[in-house]
Design a protein around this ligand. Structure first.
Ligand code: PRP
Length: 212
């Protein structure tokens, strides 16, 4: 399902709605949080991988040779640490051969600006379709800086997969990187004074890893 935002896919599915409620609940403990996130991530990944280029190949079935397909691109999944780690496995279930990159970034609690502390991305990133993943799109600072970094390394085909987004973050990506499509399970109301998504689910990294 698309939204009033251009280039944004809002994934609408009963399992997503049910699991999002589990994730939003402040009493959900980390093991249950991780399993609900994993289920949603599979549905998000399915939508995020739509439209990838294919090439025709011949396949020899036990009966006869017929037409088949292979992906006609390399795929990289790039996780914005820490919380993006919670989405990587789902993508790997569809694309086991995907290369995995990591961008270490945390948001300064006072300025809300992203601070980068680590990066390791696959070689020849220009040859890959890149799926950048992070559960939360708040101000959009982390995502836009990550996309800028990936482009500086040559990435051209980038999609951003997230769980919950704020309108502010969507606008920021669209202004800075209009070529990047966004796949999300929810578009929430707004940001509060601490730049947390309202209603959101709190700090996804802390809730995944039990560091609250
Ligand atoms: C959170 C979240 C995003 C970022 C979103 O990470 O996982 O990476 O903030 O905010 P933004 O859109 O305003 O940049 P956080 O800084 O809490 O780091 P963590 O994943 O290590 O907990």
């Amino acid at each position: 399902m698309t939204t009033s935002f251009s280039n944004v896919t809002l994934v609408d599915h009963p399992v997503v709605a049910r699991d999002l409620t589990i994730l939003r609940n402040k009493n959900t403990p980390p093991p249950i949080f991780r399993s609900a996130l994993g289920r949603i991530a599979i549905i998000l990944a399915y939508h995020s991988l739509k439209g990838l280029p294919l090439k025709k190949v011949k396949v020899d079935t036990p009966i006869e040779v017929t037409d088949g397909f292979e992906l006609d691109t390399e795929i990289a999944v790039v996780s914005i640490l820490r919380a993006g780690l919670g989405l990587v496995d789902a993508v790997m279930q569809f694309i086991p051969e995907a290369r995995v990159g990591h961008l270490g970034m945390y948001r300064d609690e006072v300025t809300h600006q992203p601070i980068d502390y680590y990066s390791k991305i696959p070689r020849n990133i220009d040859r890959h379709h890149v799926l950048l993943v992070d559960p939360m799109l708040a101000t959009g600072g982390s995502a836009t800086d990550s996309i800028t970094f990936l482009k500086s390394k040559g990435a051209k085909n980038i999609r951003f997969m997230c769980l919950i987004s704020a309108p502010e973050g969507i606008h920021r990506i669209q202004e800075t990187h209009p070529d990047v499509s966004i796949i999300t399970a929810a578009i929430d109301e707004r940001l509060n004074d601490d730049a947390f998504i309202v209603p959101g689910l709190g700090d996804a990294g802390d809730r995944i890893f039990g560091t609250i």
